[in-house]
Write a protein that binds this ligand. Structure first.
Ligand SMILES: [Fe+2]
Length: 440
């Protein structure tokens, strides 16, 4: 295959000018504003001839130049300077505009490129290449933020009676699976991220990450993991059809409110059933996530009805994440205590097999727990060994009780025998999530 020649200089210049023009117009004016419409039309006029001469078109930032369809422009050139800055802020190395790309599609890419928000952007004809994908933790954090945004949109769509886009949820699950494949402890650490304001979305993402961790531990096939992940991510989406004053009520619910709340698994199943392309068994999981092993929970079911195995996994991690989260009517339990609660309820509320998989995958002293070692040091669990045993601790406080600066916090391989007990991270001013984010 021979490389096509560079764009004619005037075509490249006109394209670059219209790209920057649209990027700036979208930054300054709302969609539909005359300035944005004109900039879009200008891009339409320059994009057509450019794609005719060279397809796909590559815009790329090199160490010395900004390339537009093979034509080099100096990075401090009046036109390229904005593109170079925007590319750098999004860590984009290159963007490929394929045949069939429209000006509107390129416009959406530019809106993403120039914004600082975490909103994800995807397109069939425009693809980016990242400079540096970063560590598994950094990529996982990005996937986490993008999933929060995807969920927020899905909830809004469901609230307005529209059908959420199933592909977006599936893509989020696939990106989590990639992180899990690379480093399962990263996924478990990310699942510790909480937010009081965005509780519902964080809870759903955490349940998804934890459920996938259990699924991976069971070596479930990829298609089953996808079902598990999508169902876990959307397990509470039925709450969008529950009156918000009931969902957000800080105190205990009265009988009528509780009856309305108990309908959310059924409502959630209806939403998933309408989402074409969602794996069919995911809606069962949403319907069954509050069904307890001993027959308790809800919705009511005929005698002998058994929730699916995947549902039992979600029931366990749903309860675990709720126990470890600060809610209006209860304080969060330390991670090892929440695990102990789950194991104590094994064979009662929770399916014993699901509880055992949970113990093995999440561990009795999970990643992110703060522990005192026999040496007198205090640290945060950063890795598990096989079978849910402690594997590695980042030491944060020395045996004299002195807080170590970040550059002097050693990673120590430890066994369960070296751990005296878990401690409250707040007493030592430790933020376990921050410690975990520094993993190499
Ligand atoms: Fe629920």
């Amino acid at each position: 295959m021979t490389a096509s020649p560079p764009l004619p200089q005037p075509v490249a210049e006109s394209l670059l000018r219209s790209l920057v023009g649209l990027g700036k117009a979208q930054l300054l004016y709302p969609p539909g504003h005359v300035a944005v419409t004109r900039a879009l039309q200008a891009l339409e006029r320059s994009l057509g001839p450019a794609l005719e001469s060279r397809s796909p078109l590559l815009l790329a930032k090199t160490t010395s130049h900004f390339l537009v369809g093979g034509v080099p422009t100096l990075p401090d050139d009046g036109l390229a300077v904005d593109m170079v800055r925007w590319f750098a802020s999004r860590e984009v190395e290159a963007v490929e505009i394929g045949p069939g790309a429209t000006a509107a599609e390129v416009g959406r890419f530019l809106a993403w490129l120039t914004s600082t928000g975490s909103k994800s952007w995807r397109s069939a004809h425009v693809r980016t290449r990242r400079v540096d994908q970063g560590t598994a933790w950094q990529r996982g954090s990005r996937a986490y933020r993008e999933t929060l945004d995807v969920l927020e949109v899905a909830y809004r769509e469901a609230q307005e009676g529209r059908i959420p886009d199933p592909d977006r949820a599936c893509r989020c699950v696939r990106s989590f699976l990639e992180i899990l494949d690379e480093d399962p402890d990263v996924a478990k650490g990310l699942a510790l991220l909480k937010s009081y304001d965005r509780y519902t979305f964080h809870h759903s993402v955490n349940v998804c990450l934890l459920a996938l961790s259990l699924g991976q531990h069971l070596a479930l096939p990829p298609a089953t993991l996808e079902i598990l992940g999508v169902g876990a991510l959307l397990h509470d989406i039925g709450k969008t059809r529950t009156p918000p004053e009931i969902v957000r009520k800080p105190g205990r619910l009265n009988e009528g409110e509780w009856a309305a709340m108990r309908r959310h698994p059924t409502l959630g199943r209806e939403i998933l059933e309408a989402m074409a392309g969602i794996p069919t068994t995911a809606d069962r999981l949403v319907y069954e996530h509050h069904m307890l092993y001993d027959g308790g929970g809800y919705p009511e079911r005929p005698a002998g009805y058994r929730p699916a195995e995947l549902s039992a996994l979600v029931t366990v991690v749903d309860a675990f994440d709720a126990m470890t989260t600060h809610r209006p009517y209860s304080r969060p339990l330390p991670l090892p205590e929440a695990v102990a609660q789950v194991l104590w309820q094994s064979g009662k509320s929770f399916d014993p097999l699901a509880a055992e998989v949970f113990r093995q995958a999440v561990g009795t002293v999970p990643v992110g727990s703060t522990v005192r070692l026999a040496s007198g040091e205090v640290g945060v669990v950063t890795r598990l060994a096989g079978d849910g045993e402690i594997g590695e601790v980042r030491v944060v406080v020395d045996p004299m009780g002195r807080r170590l600066p970040p550059e002097d916090q050693p990673l120590r391989v430890v066994t369960g025998q070296e751990v005296l007990r878990w401690v409250d991270p707040l007493i030592h001013g430790i933020n376990p999530h921050e410690i975990l984010s520094r993993r190499p």
